[in-house]
Design a protein around this ligand. Structure first.
Ligand code: SF4
Length: 293
């Protein structure tokens, strides 16, 4: 029987990723002679880091607790781009002190979450934020107010919630909707004084829904992307949970594809998160078709 290899229908960059890349490239056009840096990865994909390098835009790929130091070490007057995930608002002070030119490539959907948090704070609601610990987006949101209650999506505990306060609950945009709804249900059992915003972005949700409804004959799945990418990791976890009978690989590029595992399969789906370019997926698909049969 011949091998079929297909991409997920919902594939390629999302709007927020395209937006961030455009902003970075336009920064180079606007400041042709300046040093330009991105704090952390603009989006979690090395392919994009390489593209930015070609434009002379350097990625400061340091961990979150090194962000302050990294900015302090930049030359005065250079350009700093903040990533699509948002950034710790306390960094703005250092940017000002160093007289850096700040360009914010935050995704509008993440920005919307910030606005919702500020609105709720103005109404004296207590904020509950559900997210991945030490992810830049979570860090950005928690920086808005020191009293935000953080619920670790991977290890939820509810001991900080009491029944006297009014809560507003919001979440990181790239979580699995299945796991998020379990946490929402737990919270609703603890208190009725809670308003819940479901802020999983539609690009993330569409992919998750498609994954939950793959054709019955699929016997192999290749997830392409970086393990730093939250939405890609959630897709991978969903595949592992739902398709335990399938061969499932997680790869960054062709070099990591284990062809032996794919030989003799009949229907393989190649998929990527919202930070994975469609060309990366096509390359993997063609590599499998040319070498695994
Ligand atoms: S996945 Fe959604 S929230 Fe994240 S950058 Fe893309 S559009 Fe924005």
């Amino acid at each position: 029987m011949s091998m079929k290899v297909e991409l997920l229908k919902n594939s390629g960059y999302c709007f927020g990723v395209k937006n961030a890349i455009d902003i970075a490239i336009n920064a180079r056009k606007k400041y042709p002679n300046k040093k330009i840096y991105v704090l952390g990865m603009l989006i979690h994909n090395n392919y994009v880091v390489d593209i930015l390098n070609k434009y002379g835009i350097e990625t400061l790929d340091v961990s979150l607790n090194e962000y302050q130091e990294a900015i302090k070490n930049l030359e005065c007057g250079s350009v700093i781009i903040f990533s699509a995930h948002g950034h710790d608002i306390n960094l703005d002070k250092i940017v000002k002190e160093k007289k850096l030119i700040k360009i914010d490539a935050i995704c509008p959907m993440v920005q919307q979450c910030m606005k919702l948090i500020l609105n709720a704070l103005n109404k004296n609601q207590k904020i509950i934020y559900i997210g991945i610990k030490n992810h830049p987006e979570t860090n950005a949101m928690l920086s808005i107010n020191k009293d935000i209650i953080f619920i670790d999506y991977k290890l939820p505990f509810y001991n900080q919630i009491n029944t006297n306060d009014n809560y507003f609950c919001i979440n990181q945009t790239t979580l699995s909707f299945i796991d998020l709804y379990k946490i929402h249900n737990d919270l609703k059992k603890i208190t009725s004084k809670i308003t819940i915003a479901d802020e999983i972005c539609k690009f993330t949700r569409n992919r998750q829904e498609e994954i939950l409804n793959l054709p019955k004959d699929v016997d192999g799945i290749v997830v392409v992307g970086s393990k730093k990418s939250s939405n890609t990791m959630r897709l991978y976890e969903m595949c592992l949970n739902k398709y335990s009978d399938c061969i499932i690989l997680f790869v960054q590029d062709e070099k990591e594809v284990n062809l032996d595992k794919l030989k003799n399969l009949h229907h393989i789906i190649v998929l990527g998160g919202t930070s994975c370019h469609i060309n990366q997926l096509e390359n993997i698909k063609n590599f499998i078709l040319n070498n695994a049969r």
